[in-house]
Write a protein that binds this ligand. Structure first.
Ligand SMILES: [Zn+2]
Length: 77
């Protein structure tokens, strides 16, 4: 059986591109659902105990669940 030189390169290349495309689609879906889950949330970092927690965005200050200090949001998406 003669080995076709075209198939030797095209077949692995096609498989590699398909795998990369599948990884990109999986990444997009994962990021989309994670963003939707945290849509109305803001991230807070406590200045006292460095505890990181999330709260609804509309509160300008949120109480740390660990030590009780009020903190401002670090970032709001
Ligand atoms: Zn704290």
């Amino acid at each position: 059986m003669p080995i076709n030189l075209l198939n030797l390169f095209v077949l692995p290349m096609t498989l590699l591109l398909a795998a990369l495309f599948a990884a990109a689609v999986f990444y997009d879906i994962t990021v989309f659902y994670r963003r939707r889950k945290n849509r109305n949330r803001a991230v807070y970092r406590c200045k006292e105990c460095r505890h990181i927690y999330t709260e609804f965005r509309r509160t300008p200050l949120a109480r740390c669940p660990r030590c009780g200090k009020q903190n401002e949001p670090v970032r709001a998406e």
